[in-house]
Write a protein that binds this ligand. Structure first.
Ligand code: GCW
Length: 659
């Protein structure tokens, strides 16, 4: 059966059989009136009849479903077990029970419940969060799927869609949601005033029903913006006492709130630097105040001077995070978490892993990735991001001999932290299908699954998502999974090569603009001249490569050992440089751009071949996006190739037309 309810994403529960029979549900050790247990009951009563025609009953059951408290299972983990006609979900807390139920429903949808089985799953990351960049006027910064479903005209909306959203998030194990943009401006500064408390409480309770803590982004200059003070110096007694009163008010009014996320001293946002204070001064001041309420301060490390002049060859934005934060390692208090973007720059299609991850050893760390496709195709172009996230998670930082991957660091396995985890800038909006491109929901789903279980492969996640969302023949399913898995590599091929990044239209961040440079008229990100391109970040250049532990620093420092996909991130390379396969760099650029464009066309053709199996509206929506992707890929191919042809004066060996 075709999936027709696009508003339900992977929880459409399309019918898999008709022989569900009668189910009886019992609870042992859990309070049936608990809000999360109540959600569990609602979900199973909704899903089972749809999936299998099953009836929930008190007597004469064919299947006994037992939800049992089991303190031997880790926090938020679960066991799902089937023996004959008895199905058991074991968990030590309500969230675990809810996740176990979603797992059972997933297994039923995937038709994996015929034989007896037992499955234990415990979350790898303590915090698994979504960050919304929604503004209170209803716009979304870097949003590509319509307006915000949280805000209309500076009012907070809580409706059925909110509840559905909470269900989706719980079903993939998300336990924290930041509901407003880190750029806290205008009305959003008033979120921590009685103007919004009652609606916020309502929203936080919908989330609490699904075991999710709500968080707010905070304006560091709140004492000025809403408090009428002249300063927001974190060491000023008056400022501290203002925050104390404010936090008391906030946490009395919003007891379910998990804490605050702060972007300070970056891209025009206020912060402690104005007063000659450090990032630790700012974060600790707030953390000490919220500690009494058992809340967290999540402090972003995306701090850099956006107006720096790149004509000075030593200046390097990539260095900024490490330069600002590394020396303060050990100074951050226990309830501070530093949130670090996966790369040192800004969510490009290819970047090295930020050297801060694992570079810090005495500080709680959280990884920040972006599933909103700001630089990766705006949810027009297909770009399934799990392969990228896996690379980041599996990266060996060499912060110690073993347990040194990014996954180890952010899960707390490396250094024993409790307050740590992973966050994604989310890709949802008010479009019926939530993510603009229906296929972009694979990233929403995938992020949650991967955050919970970092050992899942990109393919396993893609296949699950395809099966849960569509009802396809095996052949069609294989095709769609392959399309997802290939998509990041294809996008990379027709856009910016070998880790150089950007070359994208300033401000919008969609479509090519090879020299496009955001904040100043000077310089380019790629630093191309007539001989070569790339940024020398070795010890002879900006020295960025030296921010890594020795093992990685040495590899990155030398163009001969540097992983080829990052060559131009770390080195300024002549066009005539021989790549590993013997091609010259310039030929590599030409070839990959021709290939990337034609592979984008192949993706579109593969989608066309699925037409018979996909419901017409969804088919058309995605097809339209592939048309746009092909157009985009052509523009990228032509602009990048002709730019470097003109700069280098070297012709394509294959004699293709370069426009
Ligand atoms: O990449 C930049 C984006 C900004 C964003 C910023 C950040 C929320 O272009 O739109 O602001 O990153 O992460 O703070």
């Amino acid at each position: 059966m075709k999936n027709t309810d696009w508003s339900q994403l992977w929880l459409a529960y399309h019918k898999v059989s008709d022989d569900g029979g009668k189910w009886h549900i019992s609870f042992d050790g859990f309070d049936e009136k608990n809000r999360v247990i109540n959600s569990l009951k609602n979900e199973v009563s909704l899903a089972l009849p749809k999936l299998t025609g099953a009836e929930i009953t008190d007597t004469g059951a064919d299947t006994e479903l037992k939800v049992i408290k089991d303190s031997s299972i880790a926090k938020e983990g679960f066991v799902v077990k089937k023996m004959g006609s008895t199905v058991t979900i074991g968990a030590s807390d309500e969230n675990g029970a809810l996740y176990g139920m979603f797992e059972l429903l997933r297994l039923i949808t995937l038709r994996e419940v015929d034989a007896d089985f037992e499955l234990l799953s415990e979350p790898d990351n303590p915090l698994r969060m979504m960050n919304h960049w929604d503004n209170m006027d209803g716009s979304i910064e870097r949003g590509y799927s319509g307006r915000s479903f949280f805000y209309v005209n500076n009012e907070i909306i809580v409706d059925d869609r909110t509840r559905d959203y909470a269900r989706f998030m719980a079903s993939i194990g998300i336990n924290g949601i930041v509901i407003n943009n880190v750029n806290v401006k205008q009305a959003a500064s008033y979120m921590i005033t009685d103007r919004y408390f009652s609606k916020l409480r309502e929203l936080s309770e919908v989330f609490a029903d699904y075991g999710i803590k709500m968080y707010l982004s905070l304006n560091f200059a709140s004492p000025i913006e809403i408090g009428g003070m002249d300063i927001c110096d974190p060491l000023d007694e008056g400022v501290i006492s203002w925050w104390k009163d404010k936090c008391k008010e906030v946490f009395t009014e919003l007891p379910e709130l998990g804490g605050f996320l702060v972007k300070a001293d970056s891209e025009g946002r206020p912060g402690p630097f104005t007063y000659g204070r450090t990032q630790a001064d700012g974060a600790n001041m707030l953390a000490d105040i919220v500690k009494e309420y058992d809340k967290l301060i999540i402090w972003r490390c995306f701090v850099y001077n956006c107006t720096q002049d790149w004509r000075d060859k030593k200046t390097d934005r990539a260095r900024a995070g490490y330069d600002y934060f590394k020396d303060l390692d050990g100074e951050y208090h226990d309830n501070v978490i530093l949130q670090i973007k996966n790369g040192p720059m800004d969510f490009q299609i290819r970047e090295p892993v930020s050297p801060l991850l694992g570079g810090l050893t005495k500080t709680n760390q959280m990884l920040e990735v972006q599933i909103a496709q700001e630089y990766t195709g705006h949810q027009i172009d297909l770009c399934y991001l799990m392969p990228m996230f896996k690379e980041v998670l599996e990266f060996r930082t060499h912060c110690q001999d073993d347990k040194d991957t990014v996954a180890d660091v952010i899960s707390g396995k490396a250094f024993g932290n409790k307050n740590c985890g992973i966050a994604a800038v989310i890709n949802t909006g008010n479009d019926l299908n939530w993510t603009g491109n229906d296929l972009a929901a694979a990233n929403t789903y995938g992020f949650g699954r991967l955050a919970f279980d970092t050992t899942l492969s990109s393919e396993e996640i893609a296949r699950e998502w395809v099966k849960l969302t569509f009802a396809l023949s095996e052949d069609a399913e294989d095709k769609l999974v392959k399309m997802l898995l290939d998509s990041r590599r294809i996008y990379e091929k027709y856009t910016c090569p070998l880790g150089i990044g950007w070359m994208v239209t300033p401000e919008t961040h969609y479509g090519p603009s090879v020299d496009g440079y955001e904040y100043s008229r000077w310089g380019t990100y790629h630093r191309a001249d007539h001989l070569g391109l790339g940024v020398d970040r070795s010890d002879k250049g900006t020295g960025y490569a030296q921010q890594y532990y020795k093992e990685n620093a040495e590899i990155y420092n030398d163009p001969k050992t540097c992983p080829e996909e990052l060559l131009l991130f770390f080195h300024h390379i002549p066009y005539t440089w021989k790549m590993m396969d013997g091609r010259t760099l310039i030929q590599y650029i030409y070839d990959t751009h021709f290939e990337g464009e034609s592979e984008a066309e192949e993706l579109a053709a593969m989608w066309d071949s699925l037409e018979k199996e996909i419901e017409p509206e969804a088919f058309a929506r995605v097809k339209q996006r592939f048309d746009m992707q092909i157009h985009n890929a052509r523009e990228w191919r032509d602009q990048v190739n002709s730019y470097f042809f003109r700069k280098s004066g070297i012709a394509d060996e294959k004699g293709r037309d370069i426009f």
